[in-house]
Design a protein around this ligand. Structure first.
Ligand code: UDP
Length: 474
């Protein structure tokens, strides 16, 4: 294809692993279809993007400076993972808004037909308008959670309750979803984020539509409802991790803290569906007391596990834990090759914080979940997994928190592990998870729903850009 006739798309992910990774995957999916793709990020986040796009040399990465000094942010805090405390997030969000002039400078230097930017950059719609190009929004969450948030905002069912633990049904949301105020994200309960949320809504209204990392069959009712609710187009092109796997098995995100070959060898030595994988994403913060309870739960449960711990020191580990669990348990200190692990047939369940990427990766791999939501929209995702899809059991967390105190005792974890791993209920859950995984795989294959959405999106962008040739099909 003549280079001049190629569609050029610029991707601008939010600075957090849970956004950088799926957008890296998205770049791959677009690039395979002959779209010239550029990803813009800041220097510290380049390795995550590189780790995700792998050997694909057609994707260009452009780097911009992070405004440490202007924003009053300590050097080195360039993503949600590295901020000194969760209270820092509002300041961090303000700092990212200072990236606008640099983004526009890059748009000037690199003629682009479309800007795909995170919802956390509401100002990106103005930037795109300046260059007379369409902007697409990426929230990085599923459409069920998007609908739940919107229904809460519109109907405010949580405002007049007498107690935080009173149950209410989310009005107008299909599925009779019951929540308590304790489970709601702070952006839904306080006024602190009203301005930002309003800017995001306006920016979405000014955009061409929304790209969702999900597949239509997974959240069909809510995909239909979203279009009715918002009157906007959405393209369901996920699971993006699967689009990625079709190319280079499991290579995503940062460099793993363990030898991938070693961990696969360890898993190869285990029987099918016997190992539990425990990981709470890139941001969730657990107290040492809570980590000790997890250790006790895993030890008392007595079976095989891989546990990912984002700590550099081990003083909190119960005395002798590693010796007593040797051979049946592995702790990964730092970053795990998550998709490689989840896709292994020895893995029988995933204890997860219900981050959207982790949830979708488990769905893709057909792995049942023990849900342990922490913050963000994770309590909505728990509802989807346990009540609507029936592919997980809750560990029993009741309260949204930026820092997890000692809320789940070891016995609760042990109980949930027994429930998800053995017995009739576990078998039914495993069967449903397995079926969904097959549907997910079909969705990303040629002419599957996600693949067709991608074709439609690229065709529309071609036509808006006035390109004459037809885009490459799947
Ligand atoms: N991840 C990983 N190794 C880790 C922790 C996380 O590869 O040790 C990846 C995981 O596969 C997912 C992303 O990081 O793609 C985390 O995103 P998610 O939405 O699940 O959670 P967040 O980190 O945003 O809370």
């Amino acid at each position: 294809m003549d280079e001049k006739e190629k569609l050029n798309v610029m991707l601008f992910p939010f600075l957090g692993q849970g956004h950088l990774i799926p957008m890296g995957d998205m770049a791959r999916a677009l690039s395979v279809r002959g779209v010239r793709t550029t990803i813009v990020t800041t220097p510290l986040n380049v390795p995550t993007i590189r780790g995700t796009i792998g050997k694909n040399s057609e994707i260009e990465i452009l780097s911009m400076k992070f405004p440490y000094v202007e924003a009053g942010i300590p050097e080195g805090c360039e993503n949600t993972e590295s901020v000194p405390s969760p209270d820092f997030i509002p300041i961090f969000l303000k700092a990212t808004a200072m990236l606008q002039p640099q983004l526009e400078h890059l748009l000037l230097q690199h003629p682009t037909h479309c800007l795909i930017a995170s919802a956390f950059y509401p100002w990106a719609s103005h930037s795109a308008a300046k260059f007379n190009i369409p902007r697409l929004v990426f929230y990085g969450i599923g459409v069920f959670a998007m609908c739940a948030s919107e229904c809460l905002r519109l109907y405010q069912p949580h405002k007049d309750l007498s107690s935080d633990s009173d149950t209410f049904v989310i009005p107008h949301l299909p599925g009779n979803i019951q929540m308590t105020r304790m489970m709601l994200p702070d952006y839904a309960k306080t006024d602190k984020y009203t301005e930002m949320l309003q800017a995001i809504r306006e920016s979405e209204a000014a955009s061409l539509g929304v790209i969702v990392n999900s597949f239509y069959e997974l959240e069909q009712v809510y995909a239909d409802y979203y279009e009715k609710l918002q009157g906007r187009r959405a393209w369901y092109i996920g699971p993006l991790s699967l689009c990625n796997q079709l190319q280079e098995k499991g290579k995503r995100g940062k460099e793993a803290s363990v030898d991938e070959g070693e961990i696969l060898k360890w898993l190869d030595s285990k029987k099918g569906n016997t190992v539990v994988y425990v990981c709470f994403g890139s941001i969730a913060n657990f107290s040492e007391g809570q980590l000790r309870e997890i250790a006790r739960g895993l030890e008392d449960w007595g079976q095989e596990f891989i546990w990912v711990v984002r700590r550099s020191h081990k003083e909190w580990l119960p005395e002798g834990f590693e010796r007593r669990t040797e051979g049946r348990g592995v702790i990964i200190w730092g970053w795990a090759p998550q998709v490689l692990i989840l896709e292994h047939q020895a893995v029988g369940a995933f204890v997860t914080h219900c981050g959207w990427n982790s949830t979708l990766e488990a769905v893709s791999a057909g792995v049942p979940m023990v849900t342990w939501p922490v913050s963000a929209e994770q309590f909505y995702n728990e509802k989807l997994v346990t009540e609507l899809l029936g592919i997980g059991v809750p560990v029993g967390v009741k309260k949204w928190a930026r820092i997890v105190g000692d809320s789940v005792g070891s016995e609760k974890l042990e109980k949930a592990l027994n429930r998800i791993m053995a017995g009739e209920e576990a078998e039914a859950i495993r069967n449903r998870a397995h079926k969904l995984s097959q549907t997910a795989r079909t969705a990303v294959e040629c002419n599957g729903s996600s693949s067709s959405y991608l074709t439609d999106l690229i065709q529309q962008l071609h036509s808006i850009a006035g390109l004459q040739n037809s885009p490459k099909s799947c």
